[in-house]
Every structure is written in C-alpha cells, then in structure tokens.
Design a protein around this ligand. Structure first.
Ligand code: PDD
Length: 280
C-alpha cells in the first residue's frame, strides 16, 4: 500500500477510511496520540512511545484495550504493509464511540485505536531552522500528549505565515517548548532544557538527547530558561520524533546560536547514530 489507515481492525488507504462521527475525538479531542519515524520498516523508539502513550491515557482515565506488547505487534505488522521503507507512523487512542456528552461513557464502551502510516523521508538533521515565538496560552496538562492541539496549531500557523519552521512558546519570559517540539539550549558547554513538569511534553527525542549528553560528558541542567537566555545561547535545538534534533539559526529574523557547533553537531551525530542503529 502507498499509505495506510487502520481503525479498530479495519484497514484502508487513508483517503478512503471512514470513521464514526460519534467517536468522542470528533467532539472533544478526547484521546491521546503518538508519532514516530519508521526506517527500513522498523519503528524507532517504539517502547518509549508506548510507555508515554499508556501514561498519557492513564492520566485522563482512558483504558487502552490492548497490552503494550499487543499494540506493538499491531503497529509492527502495519508498517510492513506500506511500500516505502521510510514512513511516519501516527497512532491515537480515543475514549470510544458514544452520543455527545461531556461525561465519559460507561466503562463497557471500548477505546478506539486509529493508526495512519504515510511515506516520509527522514529530515536532514543539518538543516538549520528559523523560529518565531508566541505566548504559551495552553492549559496546564501539556505533559499529556492529548489531541487537544488547537493552540499548538495556532502557533504552527503563525510560524508558517512568518516563513519559519517552528514557533517557540513562552509563559511570560520562560521558554516552555515548541508548537510540536521541545526546545533546548547549549550555554557554556551545558545542555539546558525545561524540566518535565505540566508545562511541557516529556519528549522522547529530548530524553535521548539528555542520555547522549550524559554519555558524552556534557553536563545537563533541567532548569527553565528565559527568552533572553535563548537569544544569548550558544546553540538552540528543536527536537521531535519527526523533526529529529535540529539547530536554530534565527528567531524572528534575528541571528541566534551557532556559537558551539562542535558540541551541537556531536549531539546531533550521536542521535542519528542511535536512530540508524535501532532501525538498521
Ligand atoms: N510532536 N512537544 C510537543 C508539544 C510535541 O507535539 C512534540 C512532538 C514534542 C516532542 O516530542 P517527541 O520528541 O517525543 O516527538 C514536544 C509530534 C511529533 C507531533 O505532534 O507530530
């Protein structure tokens, strides 16, 4: 298949898949999701993404009707069906299908599993990014990878309209994360990134970058930093499962970063090595 949609066991090309209107995701965005890259038909960091999915689902009281191993088998099987060896794998679990009602349906309503897989080439990790910024007006559950992404979409649209690749969210002066990525900086040889509280999504790529820094002897400081510190940082990273780990060269048209390329590229190279090793 060129691309694939899966809905509770039904498989079709994405454009042809039909889903019930009463899936609670249509009314409330009531569900959680994950996305990662696939290379050589192998899913990168599947274990970590499943761990976070079950955690997100647990935090909003959704019971996923599969064990992690069963869900891994479903996904591993689906990625074999798409022709391209390089894919983007997206999946979401929604609270089930029931007439619109804010109150959750009864426990016997089973959660729905959606999957889409489309061909996607790996992004060039060495391409430098341009970013803009926006006040982070999201709610206080940003640690949950929920489908309520309206403000994230507004931020991504702002970036698009400004000819930028990503939008940096900040609450007042404090940088939280990107519209669909985590933001980290290097300053004086230290890797600084927002702590994993309810203001950011605990990114898997961010976690891998922290592991890499520790392996490479780069100190890690999980402390909030300000927009001023971002502007004055030696290097700025945007990281996500689909963007990988990339460096920023401008914010609102002003040049930033680019002052510690060796250390930044070491982190990027180790990340790519990890990615390619795992998906060989
Ligand atoms: N987004 N923060 C937000 C708000 C995100 O949406 C994402 C990822 C991240 C990075 O997390 P990870 O490294 O685990 O991908 C941080 C995905 C890719 C998306 O929405 O498509």
């Amino acid at each position: 298949m060129k691309d694939l949609a899966y809905y509770n066991g039904n498989i079709a090309p994405i454009d042809e898949m039909m889903v019930p209107m009463n899936d609670r995701v249509c009314y409330f965005g009531d569900g959680v999701y994950e996305a990662t890259m696939v290379n050589n038909h192998k899913i990168f960091a599947l274990k970590e993404h499943l761990e976070r999915l079950y955690n997100s689902a647990g935090l909003i009281g959704i019971a996923i009707p599969y064990t992690k191993d069963e869900l891994a088998d479903i996904l591993n099987n689906l990625v074999q069906k798409v022709d391209s060896p390089e894919q983007m794998l997206y999946w979401q679990v929604t609270r089930g299908t029931a007439p619109r009602n804010h109150i959750y349906p009864s426990k016997d309503v089973k959660a729905n599993l959606w999957v889409t897989i489309k061909p996607m080439k790996l992004k060039d990790p060495k391409k430098m990014l341009h970013v803009t910024d926006m006040e982070d007006t999201r709610f206080l559950h940003c640690n949950i990878k929920t489908l309520n992404l309206l403000v994230n979409c507004m931020a991504a649209q702002k970036a698009e309209e400004q000819g930028c690749d990503e939008c940096v969210f900040h609450r007042g002066e404090i940088v939280t994360e990107g519209a669909h990525s985590n933001i980290s900086i290097l300053k004086d040889g230290v890797f600084i990134t927002h702590p994993t509280d309810h203001y950011i999504l605990p990114g898997i790529t961010r976690m891998h970058m922290i592991q890499i820094c520790k392996e490479q002897g780069i100190p890690v400081d999980e402390t909030p930093f300000t927009m001023k510190e971002l502007m004055e940082a030696d290097e700025i990273f945007v990281s996500s499962a689909t963007q990988l780990c990339r460096r920023v060269e401008s914010l609102n048209g002003i040049s930033i970063g680019g002052k510690d390329p060796e250390r930044a590229e070491l982190i990027q190279d180790c990340y790519m090595e990890k990615f390619l090793n795992e998906t060989r």
